[in-house]
Design a protein around this ligand. Structure first.
Ligand code: APR
Length: 366
């Protein structure tokens, strides 16, 4: 299919470059225009790469082009074709040039990933890869889609909620700091991996004040979401440390991104930094429930570039989530702690048993 498209597109491109299809460009499906422009540019680029420049003045023979689903005869006046290579200008047998051009464009276009073509054809009027798209329109369309349709829009692989188990203690445990509450325990997960893949209501982003992207998890989220995320973020007028602001998630499997800015720790953690980190978790949870979102995942906020010691951050994260759930457990179905590093996984495995202790298994009666 790709080869057919590319050959057709190459012919379209050649035809268009010689003024061949007059007044029909606006009737071409936009993605076909895109492909034909690409073929056109790539052919000329290839020709001008030290292979001499090619100016195709006219197709020498009658061409037949597929247009919008029907075959149509298109005729052309025959004109000479000239291949300028270095200083020499030699008339070439036109058929050879056309075949060469089609071959070149086809080869280049055949390298277009099938998935790209598929994705383009699968996105009815919704291009999440282009910063020229209208973010509000895209956000509204995505919100109105059912899951199956939305899955065609994802720009990354996804992990459905049902594949994310509720946390259960596996290794060392800590002295419990709270009463056993099985209702709350059922709402907690520990996931090791990439937060951008989680197909849930919302993921928290460890952003910076500009909200315009960066490295770490912030960079991963923006890359996965695509350019429209930054466009929406730019309308939010930045974000203060400890605050939380919500946007669409665009090409991500999550429905929303809740951006928060963690504290930067230079030497040691003081009351100000601890309170700011607590505010991050609290405000993300509050933003989720205020928007009627039932699931939320957190990365280890501030523990990367911002330098918050992970063994101190984990206590702030777990305590804040525990206390929020005690007051609002009916508003949330799942809070997922998403760790990326093995060291964080081990830390959470140990500390979760202190903040979400399990009851001892019932003693067997035997
Ligand atoms: N999924 C989940 N967690 C991730 C991912 C990912 N794809 N990528 C990184 N992480 C983890 C890191 O391993 C770290 O544990 O996220 C945690 C937070 O690290 P940072 O992303 O560096 O965030 P932070 O420390 O809060 O610094 C924020 O860094 O990326 C910039 O723009 C961001 O300026 C801001 C600053």
């Amino acid at each position: 299919m790709v080869f057919q498209m590319s050959r057709l597109a190459a012919r379209v491109s050649l035809s268009k470059s010689v003024g061949f299809i007059s007044g029909t460009e606006n009737r071409w499906p936009s993605h076909l225009n895109f492909i034909s422009r690409l073929a056109h540019r790539s052919f000329h680029a290839l020709c001008s790469e030290g292979r001499g420049s090619a100016s195709i003045k006219a197709l020498p023979s009658r061409g037949v082009l597929r247009k919008a689903g029907r075959w149509e005869k298109v005729s052309t006046a025959s004109k000479s074709l000239h291949w300028q290579s270095g200083g020499a200008v030699k008339p070439l047998r036109s058929g050879m040039v056309v075949l060469g051009a089609v071959g070149v464009s086809a080869a280049l276009l055949a390298s277009l990933r099938t998935s790209t073509l598929h994705a383009m054809s699968a996105r009815p009027g919704l291009n999440l890869d282009s910063e020229n798209s209208d973010w509000k329109e895209a956000k509204n369309k995505l919100c109105s889609m059912d899951k199956e349709k939305r899955r065609e829009m994802y720009r990354v692989d996804f992990i459905p909620l049902e594949k994310i188990p509720v946390w259960s203690p596996s290794g060392d445990s800590c002295k419990p700091q709270y009463q056993v509450n099985e209702e709350l325990n059922k709402k907690i997960s520990l996931f090791t991996g990439d937060i951008t893949k989680l197909e849930i209501d919302s993921i928290a982003n460890a952003a910076n004040k500009t909200l315009l992207g960066g490295g770490g998890v912030d960079g991963a989220i923006h890359r996965g979401a695509g350019p429209l995320l930054k466009k929406e973020c730019a309308t939010l007028n930045s974000c203060e440390t400890g605050e939380a602001k919500i946007t669409g998630a665009y090409g991500l499997p999550a429905k929303y991104v809740i951006h928060t800015v963690g504290p930067i720790v230079h030497d040691s953690v003081g009351e100000r930094e601890e309170q700011a980190l607590r505010n991050c978790y609290y405000n993300c949870l509050h933003t989720a429930t205020k928007n009627h979102l039932r699931t939320v995942a957190f990365p280890c906020i501030s523990t990367g570039v911002y330098g918050y010691p992970p063994e101190q951050a984990v206590e702030v994260a777990l305590r804040t989530v525990r206390e929020y759930l005690e007051q609002n457990h009916e508003k949330l179905d799942r809070v997922i702690f998403c760790v990326f590093l093995k060291s964080d996984k081990e830390l959470y495995e140990t500390m979760l048993s202190a903040y979400f202790p399990r009851g001892s298994p019932p003693k067997s009666k035997l």
